[in-house]
Every structure is written in structure tokens, then in C-alpha cells.
Design a protein around this ligand. Structure first.
Ligand SMILES: C[S@@+](CC[C@H](N)C(=O)[O-])C[C@H]1O[C@@H](n2cnc3c(N)ncnc32)[C@H](O)[C@@H]1O
Length: 239
């Protein structure tokens, strides 16, 4: 908590989200694709962006949240990344051969037109043959049913942090992120709304934007999608 009682979500983000299997998946995918110019839309604190950047591989991280990007810029290796504050329109045309939208950031585009605009910008940013990969939680796995204090409680230092589902009106799900500092009793609550799109809708949105889907997986170990897979992981190509 800062002195005004506000919880600094950006500063705590990486501590609250350790051990990311998705990072291993996206790093392998970038290697397999022979990526040399990477674009990470909704990069947040940029942990994956920095892991993808390397000598001989340029990386651009775009995010509209100045606090998240502020944390990203302070991390070791941050100088290897071109950080951009803003939305998908900040991506340069033909600037990337590999693009990702990770940490379920694809679900923050709750309006279909907004999602279509982001996909159009990603298509424009990729060179022909370029690869786009992202994931979205499978609505059939009903992840929101586990968003209770009992199942999500974790700690940022001494501060309790948890999620609670507020309402479900598919494809939209609203949930609250709550914190409580036991030292002061200070509490915060923020509401977010996510889109839980079906796989078919996601594939259609990619095709409408001019992509061809080349792989679909149900989890980070690349399982074939099943009805109750936790994730819808899509790998698409700009022809
Ligand atoms: C859950 S975080 C994921 C961050 C990071 N990709 C990761 O894997 O940890 C979602 C991110 O999406 C960003 N975001 C929200 N709206 C966005 C938009 N319209 N375009 C791009 N990014 C957006 C947020 O600022 C936030 O950093």
C-alpha cells in the first residue's frame, strides 16, 4: 500500500504471478519461429518481453498502463526493449515477425470491435509469414468459479490479495480484485471485466483479420484442445 492507502498493483504484479508456464511456451514458440523482431501487446511489467529480447532479436513492448510500463522499464535487461505507452496502433507497420498477447490480455478486449482493431493492427505490424500467438481462458472450464477469497488468496509482502467473481453474463465476467493490509486494516477493491470468447469466435476473429490459424492447444504443454481444457491457445500466421 502507498501512503494514500492505494495498493500498487504494478509493483506487486510479478510477485503475485510467479512460475509462469506460459512464458516457457511462448519462448519456445519464438525460437521455433526463428523470431528476430518481437512485438508484445499488453506487455504489462514486461517479464516475458525481456525474456524474448536478446542480442540479435529486437523486442517492442506496448501497454496503455503507465504504472505497469514503469515497472517494466526498471527491470534488468529493460534497455533491450523498445517500450511504448499506448495501444495496438503504436505498433509500426511491417515491424515484427513474431507477436504475442499474453497473461490473458486478449480477454481485456471485451468489445468485439476493439478486439478486431487490435488484431488488424497486429496483422499490419507483422511481415508476411509472421506469427501471432495468444491465449484466452476456455469458458467451458469456468475459471471464474474458482475466483473466491479461499481459492485465490495470496500475499504481496504482508498484504492480502485475492479475487472474487462479481457477475457472469457470458461472454463477459466481472471480478473484483481485493486487498487488505493487516497492519492498518486498509482495504481496496477494483472491478475488471473480461471477455471469455469461445474458440470458434476467436478463430473467426483471426480469420476476419486476415490470419490463418496454424495451431490450437488446450494447455501450456501443447495438449490437443478438449472440451474442458483450461486454455484456448492459438497460433496464427499472416499469409
Ligand atoms: C494481466 S496483464 C498481462 C501482462 C503481461 N502480458 C503478462 O503476461 O504478464 C494485462 C495487460 O493488458 C494491458 N491492457 C489493458 N487494455 C489494453 C489494451 N486495450 N491494449 C493493450 N493492452 C491492454 C494492461 O495494462 C495489462 O498490463
Amino acid at each position: 500500500m502507498d501512503p494514500s492507502g492505494r495498493f500498487d498493483f504494478a509493483a506487486a504484479y510479478d510477485e503475485l504471478n510467479p512460475g509462469r508456464d506460459d512464458h516457457l511456451f511462448y519462448r519456445s514458440l519464438a525460437d521455433e519461429a526463428g523470431a528476430t523482431r518481437v512485438l508484445d501487446l499488453g506487455c504489462g511489467t514486461g517479464t516475458l518481453t525481456r525474456a524474448l529480447a536478446a542480442p540479435g532479436r529486437a523486442a517492442v513492448g506496448i501497454d496503455p498502463d503507465a504504472s505497469m510500463l514503469g515497472v517494466a522499464r526498471e527491470q534488468p535487461g529493460a534497455a533491450l526493449v523498445d517500450w511504448r505507452l499506448g495501444h495496438s496502433d503504436r505498433a509500426d507497420t511491417g515491424s515484427a515477425d513474431f507477436a504475442v498477447v499474453t497473461g490473458h490480455a486478449a480477454q481485456v478486449f471485451r468489445d468485439d470491435e476493439e478486439w478486431a482493431r487490435a488484431l488488424a493492427d497486429l496483422h499490419r505490424a507483422l511481415v508476411p509469414g509472421g506469427v501471432l500467438a495468444f491465449e484466452s481462458r476456455n469458458p467451458a472450464a469456468r475459471a471464474w468459479e474458482g475466483w473466491t477469497r479461499a481459492e485465490t488468496l495470496r500475499f504481496a509482502g504482508p498484504v492480502e490479495f485475492w479475487h472474487e467473481t462479481a457477475w457472469v453474463s457470458l461472454p463477459l465476467v466481472a471480478y473484483d480484485t481485493l486487498t487488505r493490509d493487516p497492519r492498518t486494516g486498509a482495504e481496496t477493491s477494483d472491478r475488471d471485466i473480461l471477455a471469455f470468447r469461445e474458440a470458434a469466435a476467436l478463430v473467426r476473429s483471426l480469420e476476419d483479420a486476415g490470419f490463418s490459424v496454424i495451431h490450437e492447444y488446450g494447455d501450456w504443454q501443447r495438449a490437443t484442445p478438449a472440451a474442458d481444457s483450461p486454455e484456448i491457445i492459438l497460433v496464427a500466421q499472416r499469409p
